[in-house]
Ligand binder design. Sequence first.
Ligand code: NI
Length: 173
Amino acid sequence: MSWDQDLFKKTLDFAAKAHGPQVIPGSGAPYVVHLVKVATEVLRAADGTFEVDFSMQCALLHDCVEDAGVQLPTLTAEFGARVAAGVSALSKNEALPKAEQMEDSLRRIQAQPREVWLVKLADRITNLEPAPPHWSAEKRAKYRVEAQQIYDALAPAHAGLASRLRAKLSSYA
Ligand code: NI
């Protein structure tokens, strides 16, 4: 497997700066830890069937529009239209009712190259760590239903990531 370490570092620096002091809810760790975990899920899944650099970039940047207010034209200028389109699909459309946001995003991800599908699988694998203690049982149950929805929509993209998500789902309390 080959991937571009300099591109990884450039993208990581941009993402770290964009998210600034943001922390992972519940853990308090710098947000960039989440981004690196998602990127390493993608790197680990590399099997020669997808473009690792593109997928890894989308992984590092996947929350920077939704959570850090980065504008798509900025992403296009820094990383090109393809990465910007991938990140856009991975971002919820907050103009929609909350209940429709995931399905809408999944539909837009499905219209993107497979590399973008992998990021969503990797994101949810990463997020199915034990839920933050302040989450209610109802919120945990909802999160699990959502994870199943992601699995159903995107599992065909990568057998290895799909099987990791399935395992996380079955052990998620
Ligand atoms: Ni994420």
